[in-house]
Design a binder for this molecule. Structure first.
Ligand code: HDE
Length: 685
């Protein structure tokens, strides 16, 4: 692998050395990379073979520990651009000037799974952003769900141990659907609100590009005059926050475990750049005191209906990494990486995180100098007296490494004017290990969340609880969890109990504070708020030899106008001949590309070859899945029989006959007017 030249330059360039010569790490040109050094052609390998030993030794040490949580992640580069100056709110330099773009690196992740687990499992997603600002690095290390499972950092190891594979058998991988997780959850009332979010469609996003982000905790922003605002961070994707359906997520975990990362990589590679609006809900301490919950409690949201979002600017991803390990794996986020103008709150979950990230990174990245790695390096001057340590990559000069000093007039000095100053706030009280009583209402917001969802979103949530609890073998914990659900909403507990086949299994539990009926917050529903249209979506087009060239080309054109893409699927991966005798190269072959990969499907064989699809079982499966996954299906006349084979009606919601190119408008309209054919699902349940 080519490396950028290291500082220090080259000395003598040997005349008989080619520029592209393979070398050892010492720069010695390698003459033979196929054979180790042996005593005779059939003899033993010699210990003196430094080329072999160096190569194998380096290989032996290629792995570093994976992140203890959020191990499976995927990153990209981009920029942030404020829409206007936010000087009234904060003095943060990157939020002042709409003409200044700040480079960013974003890493998305699942929480529970190992680095090699599947992308589409039910889980919370990490959404971590490093802003390389002119005033130093600012990290917003958030999730795609605005609340969390626990209120105090001391519970984090228990939560993570409960969801991770059991220590004796090392399974299940990347799953919350097992006894230990639900044991912990059912014994931890504060997790209830988050469980409702995690069991909603939010737990199975369609794409990283279609995912919300949240800072979760309350933070503070301080302007140049010292005025403090409390803030909650939000990121809204331009394409809308959309999700998979559960059966589709399960299918994709096998068919394409890299579904989300592939989607992001491909979209950046073709110049289709995802974008989010970063905003804050900003409010005063006085306003916070009026809320019926505590803003320091990370299991609560501030409803948008109470404090609306204030857009700050746009976050755009526009560049894939050059090297996954060097960038995505080695990047180190930390909620304590703050810039002047942004400050922390006393949220006890946040306070524990401030310690944890640097601590874990010391082990994961092997020492205290990981901030010098290119992906972590600040893009502004860094000057201090820290020194030495594992893998020091800089060469500091001079004899002085202390401060104050009178020996080096050019040494860096503290700067009270522009330096980071914690905005003062009064703190007093006894040292106590207690949970604030203001954190005690665990059910009202969960009820508000559930009641604010659309009916199909509610049904998905109920199905998810039933699935997860159904995977638990211990009846007592199922009952306890049903009791917890009943404290939120009796109807949820009853329907889940029904689906579990244990209608009398709801345990009677006593809440610390019984759920109250809060005003609904329609903003929490994904589908009530996602923009309609086909932007960012993928149409799977199943073809055979003889596909009508005109039909094909007009679909490409119409889809492009809607910012959607068409992906051609054929019986085999070999070239297909169109009706015009032109070659069409498919992107996929049928048995390798289940319809779960696409948002909309079209079955368009030529009339003479339609029978090939009818005779090939994966074709009917393709349609059956798409129908079950609530997709719009376009179908040409000659393939109609396939609908019957797939158990789908020839007519009905979301089935669009394609007679000629004029029918594409109908297909795209139906598909663009709703993200899924929800009627089909409601008719089923
Ligand atoms: Fe994290 N979390 N976390 N977390 N977290 C880590 O840091 C931790 C929490 C989040 O792409 C670790 O470098 C504690 C909330 C993201 O590299 C670790 C607590 C939120 C990422 C850690 C929390 C997050 C992490 C693992 C409870 C949403 C991935 C490796 C007090 C606001 C960042 C690492 C990336 C990663 C600790 C809770 C988001 C162990 C102790 C709440 C997005 O330090």
């Amino acid at each position: 692998m080519a490396e950028k030249p290291t500082p220090g330059g080259e000395t003598h360039q040997s005349t008989n050395r080619r520029k592209d010569s393979l070398t050892t790490n010492q720069g010695i040109v390698v003459s033979d990379n196929q054979n180790s050094l042996k005593a005779g052609a059939r003899g033993p390998t010699l210990l003196e073979d430094f080329v072999l030993r160096e190569k194998i030794t380096h290989f032996d040490h290629e792995r570093i520990p994976e992140r203890v949580v959020h191990a499976r992640g995927y990153g990209a580069r981009g920029f942030f651009e404020p829409i206007q100056s936010h000087a009234d709110l904060t003095s943060a330099e990157f939020l002042q000037d709409p003409t200044v773009q700040t480079p960013v690196f974003v890493r998305f992740s699942t929480v529970a799974g190992s680095a090699g687990s599947a992308d589409t499992v039910r889980d919370v997603r990490g959404f971590a952003i490093k802003f390389y600002t002119s005033a130093g690095n600012y990290d917003l290390v958030g999730n795609n769900i605005p609340v969390f499972f626990i209120q105090d950092a001391i519970k984090f190891p228990d939560l993570v141990h409960a969801v991770k594979p059991a220590p004796d058998r090392a399974f299940p991988q990347a799953q919350s659907a097992h006894d230990s997780f639900w044991d912990f959850a059912s014994l931890t009332p504060e997790s209830t609100h988050m469980l409702f979010w995690a069991m909603s469609d939010r737990g199975i996003p369609r794409s990283f590009r279609m995912m919300d982000g949240f800072g979760v905790h309350t933070f503070r922003m301080i302007n140049a005059k010292g005025k403090v605002s409390l803030v909650k961070f939000h990121l809204r994707p331009k394409l809308g926050a959309l999700s998979l359906v559960w059966e589709e997520a399960v299918c994709l975990a096998g068919a394409d475990p890299d579904f989300h990362r592939r989607d992001l990589w491909n979209s950046l590679a073709r110049g289709d750049f995802p974008e989010w609006e970063l905003s804050v809900q900003a409010f005063t301490e006085e306003e916070a005191e009026q809320f019926d919950f505590d803003v320091l409690d990370p299991t609560k949201i501030v409803p948008e209906e109470v404090i609306p979002l204030r857009p700050l600017g746009r976050l755009v991803l526009n560049e894939n990494v050059d090297n996954f390990f060097a960038e995505t794996e080695q990047i180190a986020f930390c909620p304590a990486n703050l810039v002047p103008g942004i400050d922390l709150s006393d949220d006890p979950l946040l306070q524990g995180r401030l310690f944890s990230y640097l601590d874990t990174q010391l082990t994961r990245l092997g020492g205290p100098n990981f901030h010098q790695l290119p992906v972590n390096r600040a893009r502004c001057p860094v000057a201090n007296f820290q020194r030495d340590g594992h893998m020091q990559m800089n060469t500091p000069v001079g004899a002085v490494a202390h401060e104050p000093n009178s020996l080096d007039a050019g040494a860096p000095r503290e700067n009270p004017r522009s330096g980071f100053r914690t905005s003062p706030q009064p703190v007093q009280g006894e040292k106590v290990r207690v949970r604030s009583e203001t954190f005690a209402d665990h059910y009202s917001q969960a009820r508000m969340f559930y009641r604010s969802l659309l009916p199909m979103e509610q049904q998905h949530l109920i199905a998810a609880f039933a699935f997860e609890l159904g995977k638990c073998h211990e009846p007592a914990l199922r009952k306890r969890m049903l009791g917890r659900l009943a404290l939120v909403e009796q109807e949820v507990a009853e329907q889940v109990a029904q689906k579990l086949g244990m209608p009398d299994g709801i345990e009677q539990l006593e809440p610390a504070i019984a759920a109250r009926d809060l005003a609904p917050s329609p903003a929490v529903s994904q589908y009530a708020n996602a923009p309609l249209g086909l932007a960012g979506k993928l149409i799977g087009l199943l073809v055979t030899d003889g596909i009508d060239a005109e039909l094909y080309e007009s679909l490409l054109e119409k889809a492009a106008a809607e910012e959607a893409r068409v992906s051609v699927v054929a019986l085999t991966i070999g070239d297909v001949m169109t009706s015009r005798e032109e070659i069409l190269t498919p992107e996929h072959f049928l048995s390798g590309a289940p319809s779960a990969l696409f948002d909309v499907i079209v079955v368009a064989p030529s009339a003479e070859n339609a029978s090939l699809l009818l005779e090939y079982p994966p074709a009917a499966q393709w349609v059956r899945d798409a129908f079950a996954h609530l997709k719009v299906i376009g179908i040409v006349e000659s393939a109609k029989e396939l609908l019957e084979l797939a158990g789908a009606p020839a007519e009905g919601a979301g089935i669009v006959p394609i007679r000629d190119a004029t029918d594409w408008d109908a297909l795209l309209n139906v598909a663009g007017n709703s993200h899924r054919v929800w009627e089909r699902e409601l008719a089923r349940s």
